[in-house]
Design a binder for this molecule. Structure first.
Ligand code: ATP
Ligand code: ATP
Length: 218
């Protein structure tokens, strides 16, 4: 396991509660905070510590020694003012990593300016993901590397069977990283390598190049 981290999660709605319980399950030390006693009571058994507190009260985070934590997630959501105050205070107290949930683009910009190390737009990010998956039904999985660069995994369709790696890399500026066939993994397969239906193909490239490739092979 990765080193045990001390994490604060503020706001224990569905989003924050999921983060807090999963991090606890993974062996991290989690302090969950919510203004609602019901939310806190419900989670008390599932996370390391859970406290009822209002983070808009300036003394709260300091009293809880928030500055000693490695990272914090501000998962408050609709209470924009509380999100802003908590993010600012956590940074002032010296928490290195502060991830905050934003509901709108403006909210996202404000939180970035206040020093949030990552701003998450769950609906936005999930929506993008679903749209991209629908757009590329053949894409099995992907990782965004930022700046429109992606690593994607595709399953070779019958139509693509017989195509060589070289033919793929000629049609778009992409790199083929791995081909997995049954249990065999070929790293950096040569250009003459012929693909077969069902092969798992892992490649990387810019979104525009991956689109070019999709248009070429679909
Ligand atoms: P969900 O739909 O995910 O269950 P929700 O609709 O109850 O969430 P959100 O607006 O997403 O609520 O807020 C998340 C949590 O943040 C809530 O549980 C709420 O009680 C908590 N919260 C709101 N304001 C504060 C505050 N000032 N201090 C601490 N927690 C707060
Ligand atoms: P990075 O900051 O890593 O370079 P990016 O610039 O590639 O990211 P964008 O598509 O510009 O990515 O969006 C950055 C983040 O902004 C998204 O992950 C999302 O959380 C948030 N975001 C953007 N627009 C909205 C919106 N309308 N509502 C909510 N969140 C949004």
């Amino acid at each position: 396991m990765i080193e045990r981290q001390q994490v604060i999660v503020i706001g224990l709605g569905v989003f924050g509660a999921t983060i807090a319980t999963e991090l606890t399950r993974l062996g991290h030390d989690v302090l969950g905070i919510d203004i609602s006693d019901q939310k806190v009571d419900r989670l008390a058994e599932q996370i390391t510590h859970a406290v009822i507190a209002d983070v808009t009260d300036a003394a709260t985070l300091e009293e809880l020694n928030a500055g000693d934590y490695d990272m914090a997630v501000v998962a408050i959501g609709r209470n924009v003012e509380a999100t802003i105050l908590a993010t600012m205070q956590l940074r002032e107290l010296g928490v290195e990593k502060v991830w905050a949930k934003a509901l709108t683009n403006q909210h996202h910009n404000i939180l970035t300016k206040l020093g949030a190390t990552r701003v998450i737009g769950p609906e936005f990010e999930m929506g993008m993901r679903v749209a991209q998956e629908l757009n590329y039904l053949m894409v099995n999985n992907y990782i965004s590397l930022g700046n429109d660069e992606f690593v994607v995994e595709v399953i070779v369709s019958e139509r693509l069977s017989g195509t060589t790696i070289g033919e793929l890399t000629e049609s778009a500026e992409i790199s083929i990283l791995v081909v997995k066939r049954d249990r065999d993994i070929s790293k950096d397969p040569g250009s003459s390598y012929p693909l077969r239906t069902g092969d798992q193909l892992v490649m990387s490239g810019a979104l525009s190049e991956l689109r070019k490739l999709a248009n070429h092979i679909l």
